[in-house]
Design a protein around this ligand. Structure first.
Ligand code: C2O
Ligand code: CU
Ligand code: CU
Length: 493
């Protein structure tokens, strides 16, 4: 078997007609488009999809419990018919029938019970992305919920866990497909003392949608499996280019719930303030920002003030070079939403101290993670592999052993040609520093993160501690890479 780097093999991709190992398992599409092929159908589709409507709020999941400190609700994953294009029925998969899935709003300290029913024809799980909860409640691929089965996920939210999280399926091999068909929803843990109590909150969950010319959700093609899937449409709360009326200062939470798209977010020059990351508030606000890059699965909290006089700005995703391979179209700036700043808009000042974040402190042990990509040819078959420490994911293998409650330093090295967002389950970490192009940069501020981008050629150091025993996953959050093996296990004991 010969191994080449993907970059040197991309030229060959245009001649690949053979099947990869994934096809053999019946997971890959029947039809294969060449990388980067964009048809004029895309333009037609874009024009057909309604856009410019008022931004909708994500429907709130109703708490069925009357008891204070208890949140109890039902979630069902099932196929639904939606109308993205007027008069065309598209089958999607959804939690409780909506895209995105219902908003789960809970508070630090709450006891949570979600009764989940799988009405799909595949096994699934619900993974609670970013939550500090025991592994057996965290929707690991080892704990599938079979079709027609019901399962109660139960956990208690620790103090100081307030933040912006989400939930999505994590079954073995089907995560990418289940998410791109529509299964993902937001989860917010509210702090007991909210410094933004007086500022209206707005939640923006950004997702990708890729349709075929007849309006079905497209299968992944070869290019999607290689670079990660990016659709023709980037949606906000399931809507194309919605309109936001800004009546005054607002507190926004933004989720990158796309499979693979990097969002270099701007408000077309209007400055904003970052106040939070994945795992909640920063210690101090970061004011006067113009752009934030949100890698797949990352979240932010920002404060948006109205313009000085009534006017309009756009929420844009500017191009970001993440090392996509093959013959792909150059990225364009994407208009995500229009923001109308109304004349009545009043700015509200925010405090200089938002919370305290305790540094994780001295590390007692170290781990080393290496991301690589390879393209191999064996028996006349080409297959790509996305690897961690030279290995493809095996859920029956333990890749790392860590001690419960012990602070570790992880060195994450990206030796591949693409950026990969690193994500670990069950905890929040602190980035220490980055080594990139021979320059070492300390993390500019202390923050809790569960997902962080690792650029091609970059080495990151993070400090991390796991507070529950059991098996955790860590992986690239480009979901196609995760499915193709860029995932590993950590046993905590
Ligand atoms: Cu968003 Cu392994 O998860
Ligand atoms: Cu996760
Ligand atoms: Cu990746």
């Amino acid at each position: 078997m010969t191994r080449y780097s993907i970059q040197s093999m991309t030229i060959l991709l245009s001649t690949i007609i053979s099947t990869s190992h994934l096809y053999a398992e019946g997971m890959m599409p029947q039809m294969m488009q060449m990388p980067g092929m964009q048809t004029s159908d895309d333009e037609t589709l874009m024009n057909k999809m309604p856009h410019g409507e008022k931004l909708k709020e994500i429907p709130l999941l109703k708490n069925q419990s009357q008891q204070p400190g208890v949140f109890k609700a039902d979630l069902v994953a099932a196929p639904v018919q939606v109308e993205f294009l007027p008069g065309v029925k598209t089958t999607a998969w959804a939690y409780n029938g909506t895209l995105p899935g219902s908003m789960i709003e809970v508070t630090e300290g709450d006891k949570v019970e979600i009764n989940f029913t799988n009405k799909l024809e595949q096994p699934t799980t619900i993974h609670w992305h970013g939550l500090p909860i025991p592994p057996e409640q965290d929707g690991n691929p080892m704990d599938p919920i079979q079709p027609q089965q019901t399962h109660a996920y139960q956990f208690t939210l620790p103090n100081d866990s307030a933040g912006t999280y989400w939930y999505h399926p994590h079954p073995h091999k089907y995560t990418a497909e289940q998410v791109y068909k529509g299964l993902a929803g937001p989860l917010i843990i509210k702090p007991k003392n909210d410094p933004f109590n007086d500022i209206p909150e707005r939640d923006l969950m950004i997702s990708d949608l890729k349709l075929t010319s007849d309006g079905a959700i497209a299968d992944n093609d070869m290019n999607d499996w290689m670079n990660g899937r990016e659709g023709q449409f980037v949606l906000v709360n399931g809507q194309l280019q919605p309109v936001i009326d800004l009546k005054g200062t607002e507190h926004w939470r933004i989720w990158n719930a796309t499979s693979a798209r990097y969002l270099a977010l701007t408000l077309s020059g209007h400055k904003f303030t970052q106040v939070g990351t994945d795992g909640g508030l920063l210690e101090k606000p970061l004011r006067d920002l113009q752009k934030i890059i949100l890698a797949p699965a990352e979240r932010i909290e920002i404060i948006v003030d109205p313009l000085d006089k009534p006017g309009t700005v756009s929420l844009l995703a500017e191009p970001y070079k993440r090392g996509k391979m093959g013959n792909v179209q150059p990225d364009k700036t994407i208009n995500l939403a229009t923001v109308n700043s109304l004349s009545s808009g009043k700015a509200v000042a925010i405090p200089e101290q938002l919370r305290t974040i305790t540094p994780l402190g001295e590390a007692k042990s170290a781990k080393r993670i290496e991301f690589t990509e390879t393209m191999s040819m064996a028996n006349g078959h080409h297959s790509m592999a996305f690897l961690i420490n030279g290995k493809s994911f095996d859920m029956d293998r333990i890749d790392m052993i860590s001690r419960l409650h012990e602070v570790e330093i992880w060195e994450i090295i990206n030796k591949s040609d693409m950026d990969h967002p690193f994500h670990i389950h069950g905890t929040q970490f602190q980035v220490v520093d980055s080594v990139f192009k021979n320059a070492k940069t300390s993390a500019p501020y202390l923050a809790w993160k569960d997902t962080v981008n690792v650029r091609s050629g970059e080495t990151l150091h993070i400090k991390v501690r796991q507070d529950f025993p059991g098996v955790r996953m860590f992986h690239c959050h480009i979901l196609e890479h995760e499915v193709q093996g860029m995932m590993a296990t950590q046993m905590v004991k």
